[in-house]
Ligand binder design. Sequence first.
Ligand SMILES: Cc1cc2nc3c(=O)[nH]c(=O)nc-3n(C[C@H](O)[C@H](O)[C@H](O)COP(=O)(O)OP(=O)(O)OC[C@H]3O[C@@H](n4cnc5c(N)ncnc54)[C@H](O)[C@@H]3O)c2cc1C
Length: 321
Amino acid sequence: MDEIYKKLKDFGKVKLNEPMSKHTTFKIGGPARYFVVVEETEKLVDLLNYLSQKGIEYYVLGGGSNILFQDEEYDGVAIQVKSQKSKVIPTGHQYSLKSQVIEVEAGALLGAVMGLAMQNGLSGMEWSAGIPGTIGGAVRGNAGAFGQATADVLEKVEVWQDGEVVEFVNDECEFVYRGSIFKENKNLIILRAWFKFKKADKAEVLKKTQEIIAGRKGKYPIYPSAGCFFTNVAIEKWPGDKSELPPLFVERGKVPAGWMIDQLDFKGKELGGASVGAEHCNFIVNKKEATRAEVLQLMEEIKEKVYNKYGVELQTEVEIF
Ligand SMILES: Cc1cc2nc3c(=O)[nH]c(=O)nc-3n(C[C@H](O)[C@H](O)[C@H](O)COP(=O)(O)OP(=O)(O)OC[C@H]3O[C@@H](n4cnc5c(N)ncnc54)[C@H](O)[C@@H]3O)c2cc1C
């Protein structure tokens, strides 16, 4: 029997030649030779140690909601992180009466953490309502919405780094808009995170969350996607005349990629099975069994036209693997 397959069973449930299209919200991706679902942080650490010691290639994913995976077979170990324990650190500990901390494992869904915060009347992550994916993915990409982001509430993270488990406090995470040190360094795997919340009225937290959900309703495509495909452009980097932009963009300090794409009449444009979202132009969707190659071709067309018209080089928010 395959030695690696046998060994991987020590860490979680293992599948051979598992289509990654089943584990990404884009529903795109060829088979991973080994696919292992890990539910405990300690086992995740052991697995990462084993793979790095043996020099076996691996790819870590959480909810698969920000990835465009390769169509070809992946000849390594795809690790799905599903460690999901979370707890509110009791008041009277080191934290004041006005704030509380939630400790959570990397595989917990953002929505679950939000739910826990809501039950406990903790405010700070209402903006995350409706964002799919895990805490690991959110920290790594500094996920955010409505002008707020993960970095605003994160206190510290526990990380696997070359065989050691270490902590990074917020300042050490090098957060930027939709990025962090973890995005730049694939050898840093997020294991656990601590988020600081403000104590608030439960009904207020619920109301805010409902408003966020209502604000998102109908704005996102119905077809599979990986969220916004490109990052928005900071106003300081806008190469053109800012006075010609809608004033709201200047006020918010960002020019939305979706606006530029819309101005170029890409809305609903199809290429093979891929298409630009009809509801939101910064989404590329998998309308009819799209391949990664088709998505990338559409991406290139968009980038070229945006560059030619605005002089902006769009950067991808989606992880292209
Ligand atoms: C319909 C839709 C709406 C969305 N709306 C938003 C939005 O409003 N705001 C926003 O910011 N995003 C949004 N997204 C994108 C996505 O949900 C977020 O980026 C999310 O945080 C990704 O988390 P994930 O667990 O799915 O990451 P994955 O897609 O699994 O992984 C993304 C990257 O993170 C890495 N990664 C995952 N887990 C770990 C870990 N534990 N340690 C180290 N690296 C890790 C992966 O290797 C990969 O490179 C949306 C996506 C969809 C499909």
